[in-house]
Ligand binder design. Structure first.
Ligand code: KIV
Length: 304
């Protein structure tokens, strides 16, 4: 077992968002009302997905406002072909890991396919808050009544419209939505209904820039775009997309900010070569018996 740990020591606690001096603002806890305030102030909202302790801690410490434990983890973490098979238990497991890491960002849990399509939607949403520490849940589709019920149960909701990956089979593939006048008008009506039902924010995915701009201007809640152009109130990307960790060609809207695949591959190859050539570990990377001890008890060496 490695001795490495992610010590929580020396980590500043996030402070409440309001009334802080500018120097503390970087630590101000992001809440759902804080996102609404950012929209009012015209301040872009930054969002990324994350699924584990290490990466979500880095994302949080880099100052990202919203961390989504996306059901995209089915694909980028679990290697599945689409998002449909991931379960509530699996999403809870990852949300807990993210929750332990994130201090400042708003932690949003994606509700997986099937978990809110029947009678148990509110009950499952409560599980994400109660058992995993999510501060909001995200659901796909124009489900105004369910959003109303969740909001009444004190669960902040992020809606998700446009290209909704859980609708893969109905859409016949991952296709840009809202491309005709009729489809754009329908999307606008759905977005207004989601906001009116009480959603605190809306993810708009895979829609023409012009349509997203219109919806963003009209909606009273923050619109966070992915493949929806630059005029939304904020942007979200899948972390593995922007780090080149998906083993697939990326979509037009993804900008790659780092090549983690190359970095990891090269590091692992160097480690393998070092071990094969007996270059690792060195004497300096080894423990030693105390110089005077001819016969030190094995327990004492283990404890060193
Ligand atoms: O699951 C996910 O990663 C998402 C984002 C694409 C918004 O829903």
């Amino acid at each position: 077992m490695s001795l490495t740990n992610f010590s929580a020591g020396n980590r500043p606690a996030a402070a409440p968002a309001s009334g802080l001096p500018a120097s503390s603002q970087t630590l101000a806890k992001v809440t759902m009302p804080a996102l609404a305030q950012m929209k009012r102030q015209g301040k872009p909202i930054t969002a990324l997905t994350a699924y584990d302790y290490a990466t979500s801690r880095l994302v949080d410490e880099a100052g990202i406002d919203l961390v989504l434990v996306g059901d995209s983890l089915a694909m980028v973490v679990m290697g599945q072909d689409n998002t449909l098979a991931v379960t509530v238990e699996e999403m809870l497991h990852h949300t807990r890991a993210v929750r332990r890491a994130v201090r400042r960002a708003l932690v949003v849990a994606d509700m997986p396919f099937g978990s809110y399509h029947g009678a148990d939607g509110v009950g499952n949403a409560i599980r994400f808050v109660k058992e995993a520490g999510a501060e909001a849940v995200k659901i796909e589709g124009p489900r105004a009544e369910l959003i109303r019920q969740m909001t009444e149960a004190e669960i902040p909701v992020v809606g998700h419209l446009g290209l909704t990956p859980q609708s893969l089979h109905r859409m016949g593939g991952y296709r840009v939505q809202g491309k005709t006048a009729d489809a754009a008008a329908r999307l606008r009506d759905e977005a207004l209904a989601v906001a009116e039902a009480g959603a605190g924010a809306l993810v708009l995915e895979g829609v023409p820039r012009e349509v997203a701009a219109g919806i963003t201007a009209e909606l009273p809640i923050p619109v966070i775009g992915i493949g929806a152009g630059p005029d939304c109130d904020g942007q979200i990307l899948v972390l593995h997309d922007m780090l080149n960790l998906t083993f697939a060609p990326h979509a037009k809207f993804v900008r790659q900010y780092a090549d983690a695949a190359t970095m990891i591959r090269e590091a692992v190859e160097r480690y393998r070569e070092d071990v094969e050539q007996r270059q690792f570990p060195t004497d300096a990377e080894s423990y030693h018996l105390p110089s005077k001890a001819a016969a030190v008890p094995v327990d004492a060496v283990k404890a060193e």
